[in-house]
Design a protein around this ligand. Sequence first.
Ligand code: FPP
Length: 251
Amino acid sequence: MRGGTDAAALPRHVAIIMDGNGRWARQRGLPRVEGHRMGIRAVRAVVECARELGIPYLTLYAFSVENWGRPENEVTTLMTLLREFLLKELPELIRHRIRLNVIGEAEKLPAYVREVLDRTLSVTAGHTEMTLTLALSYAGRSEILRAAKKLAEEAARGRIAAEKLTEDDIAARLDTAGMPDPDLVIRTSGELRVSNFLLWQTAYSEFVFTDVLWPDFGKAEFLLALDEYSRRHRRFGLTEEQAEPPSGGIS
Ligand code: FPP
């Protein structure tokens, strides 16, 4: 069988822009928050599937810096759902040896979320099977800006020479330091945008866009996206021959 379950063609890191919860709810005459509630079900399905397949890194765009501007009741619901999710999923994370990780400005989250988040991060810190990263209060440009500030500070203290800076020096100061770049980014709901997600890290990622709204995204849709990924030829700026020599290396 070709595609998603072929281990050689599996991405090491999948990142997902979970979009369309609001539209899913509106189509059913429900309040937007019901879309988010159903979105959690999709989160569970995808985490489970990634773990079963042996994908070591899964990153979910759960709350952007821009999302703070949404109506207060929606922000509160998202925070409450996040807290419930963490509380409920901790036994599963332990059972499947999944490490939880966060990127973004988690310190901006309300204390009732931070508390559970910190506990989950520390309880799962030693897990090595898979890393589930939640992007929370995250924005790609602000992440790059924070990294630039760190470098400027280090340069000002004489710890690093500006003229010797490398791309690795920047990557090491991003929230994703130590993680591989995403091989595959999936965005649901038919929107064809990056929306300030992992701007540095997606330089050579493959993108799969689907019209499916996030609450309807499940194992079948995830496998379809992986199958599409497995049929792409990644060239990283090289020629086809260089990227995939006749001897048959996988790029
Ligand atoms: C986008 O849909 C989705 C979000 C802003 C939040 C995603 C959150 C969840 C799936 C639930 C919480 C997540 C975790 C990991 C516990 P939208 O509201 O922008 O939809 P629309 O574009 O149709 O309005």
